[in-house]
Design a protein around this ligand. Structure first.
Ligand code: NAD
Length: 249
């Protein structure tokens, strides 16, 4: 896929799926604004991502930070073709353990931040006839115990994708990816069994029809496809990429 000269913002690009996505866009010729919570984490990622990047630090769980971060990034890039709203957090706990702080922690990053980054990017995306790819989750398609706030946030992203796509057509396409477990820091910590991260990942691997979990690079490739002109007729899609886990069985 060719993104030569295209301008892209990736939120949460300092590690995991976001980092792999930034890397893939750069390899395809794009210029990428790298968002992460802190300047230090953004600087560290940019040191290995290379020179075709611009710095876009900011905690996207706050609406005013989303607005400022996106406005500055669009100015630094000189426009915008693609917004990837990838930044997100995970919380595992029973419903009783999900207090207001945990709820706000998850929903503010995974849903509110995603919405307000999108909203801030609209003038530039409408001007370029660009598109948005949200990173939802398999947890937005299925319900799972002990991750109620996370599942609620990702389910909301799936339907927000449809709603935004209808409102913004034909100017701006909006799609989302719904990955199953992907080998990143989030999955290692989030699925650990009594602190044993490898045991947690093994249990995840055994639960997927394909006998493994995903890689950040696989998710990045799907994001690039949805963002590309090749996917010009794809709008409002929620792409499951979970080895068939949500298909039934
Ligand atoms: N790893 C999985 O199994 C998996 C599966 C499905 C969906 N996802 C989703 O993929 C996305 C990326 O997850 P990952 O596994 O790479 O996680 P990760 O924890 O490895 O990386 C998350 C990135 O988002 C950033 N981030 C988090 N909150 C932020 C905030 N408030 N402001 C700015 N940056 C913030 C982090 O700094 C980091 O760069 C998330 O939305 C996650 O929910 C992950």
């Amino acid at each position: 896929m060719d993104f030569t000269g295209k301008k892209v913002i990736v939120t949460g690009a300092t590690r995991g799926i976001g980092y792999a996505t930034a890397e893939a866009f750069l390899r395809a010729g794009a210029r990428v604004a790298v968002n992460g919570r802190s300047q230090a984490s953004v600087d560290a990622a940019m040191a290995t991502l290379g020179s075709n990047t611009v710095s876009a630090p900011g905690d996207i769980s706050k609406a005013d930070v989303c607005q400022a971060m996106v406005t500055d990034a669009v100015e630094a890039l000189g426009g915008l073709n693609v917004l990837v709203t990838n930044a997100g957090v995970f919380f595992r706990g029973s419903i009783e353990e999900t207090d207001e702080a945990a709820w706000d922690y998850v929903l503010d990053a995974n849903l509110k931040g995603l919405f307000f980054c999108s909203r801030a990017a609209l003038p530039a995306l409408k001007a370029s006839k660009g598109n948005i790819v949200h990173v939802a989750s398999e947890s937005g398609l299925n319900g799972y115990a002990e991750t109620t706030a996370y599942c609620a946030s990702k389910g909301a992203v799936v339907n927000l994708t449809r709603s935004m796509a209808i409102e913004l057509a034909p100017d701006v396409r909006v799609n989302c990816v719904c990955p199953g477990a992907v080998e990143t820091d989030m999955a290692r910590a989030g699925f650990a069994i009594d602190g044993d991260e490898e045991a947690g990942l093994d249990r995840q691997r055994s639960q997927y029809p394909v006998g493994r979990i995903g890689t950040p690079e696989e998710v990045a490739k799907a994001i690039l496809y949805l963002a590309s002109d090749d996917a010009g007729f794809i709008n409002a899609a929620a792409l499951p990429m979970e080895g068939g886990a949500t298909a039934g069985g």
